[in-house]
Design a protein around this ligand. Structure first.
Ligand SMILES: Nc1ncnc2c1ncn2[C@@H]1O[C@H](COP(=O)(O)OP(=O)(O)OP(=O)(O)O)[C@@H](O)[C@H]1O
Length: 272
């Protein structure tokens, strides 16, 4: 058998890198007379960190809400791998493999960090209420396994020391990390992060950057809304730019940051 040509190896590697994970096709959404999303199409490939940027009110969060089942869409189609997501409620979207965090942190304030992650874990456990009440051996094993996995996720995002503290008492940056751990507990194939660096100081941002790169290295695909242009340009493989609900550009950070439409609408003096 002859050895495969280098060119073939390269092209098969490229094909593998370009496996579409999330496919958004011609999605539109209006609120009354306001067209929040107009005919948005994009693909996020497996293994990439895809950024969504644009001015305030551009439609970024609306798109996240549409992807995760919080908003119904007026037109278009959303697919994760082969599964159709549009029209499904949030818990089904989560089960299909799309988890998210929120712009305004949404943790269970009066629960511990570990308990918050266990809530996320619940999406993937099988034992029902009866098993829990009767303390069936299978349920106990599953609970012990869930606690171990939750603890591992807290270690993973760097906040193991806070396991038993109430979520509301965690420093702000660590609350954001806890939200990520809770989302990871659902074992997503795509993690959507809505402004994960908002309110973080410089050191917290650097640590977040490292964490996101580690998650990518572990095979997770990330979709990121972020206003920190430096962070987003340094982290993302590709970006889409929204403005008034329209996608005005898409491409690598290099291409997008030089696009005159993007500079005019969003980057302005921050253009690099
Ligand atoms: N539930 C809603 N009802 C009515 N209008 C809404 C609703 N959600 C969003 N909008 C409007 O849709 C437009 C897009 O808002 P969206 O929050 O998606 O923008 P964004 O790009 O995420 O902005 P930001 O960067 O400020 O978070 C805005 O004009 C907003 O006021």
């Amino acid at each position: 058998m002859s050895a495969p040509k280098v060119g073939n190896l390269l092209s098969s590697k490229l094909d593998a890198e370009l496996t579409p994970l999330l496919t958004v096709t011609a999605v539109s959404k209006a609120f009354g007379g306001l067209q929040a999303l107009s005919d948005i199409s994009l693909q996020v490939h497996a293994g990439e960190i895809f950024g969504l940027i644009g001015p305030n009110g551009a439609g970024k969060t609306t798109l996240f809400n549409a992807l995760t089942g919080l908003y119904s869409i007026d037109r278009g189609e959303i697919r994760l791998n082969d599964a159709r997501l549009d029209g499904r409620p949030p818990h089904q979207v989560l089960h299909a493999g799309l988890a998210r965090t929120f712009q305004n942190i949404r943790l269970f304030a009066e629960m511990t960090a570990l308990e918050n992650v266990l809530v996320g874990r619940h999406a993937r456990t099988t034992s029902g209420v009866v098993g829990a009440v009767l303390r069936l051996p299978g349920t106990r094993r599953e609970e012990a396994d869930s606690r171990e996995r939750a603890a591992a996720l807290l270690r993973r995002v760097g906040i193991a020391q806070h396991a038993d503290r109430l979520a509301k008492n965690l420093p702000y940056g660590d609350q954001r990390r806890l939200e990520i751990a809770r989302a990871l507990a659902t074992e997503p194939s795509l993690l959507a992060l809505d402004e994960p660096a908002a309110g973080m100081n410089k050191a917290e941002r650097a640590a977040l950057r490292e964490l996101l790169l580690q998650l990518q290295a572990d095979g997770l695909t990330l979709l990121l809304i972020e206003h920190d242009v430096k962070l987003v340009m340094g982290l993302c493989t590709r970006l889409a730019v929204l403005d008034y609900g329209v996608k005005i550009a898409e491409g690598t950070p290099d291409v997008v940051s030089r696009d005159p439409k993007v500079i005019a609408a969003y980057l302005g003096d921050e253009a690099i």
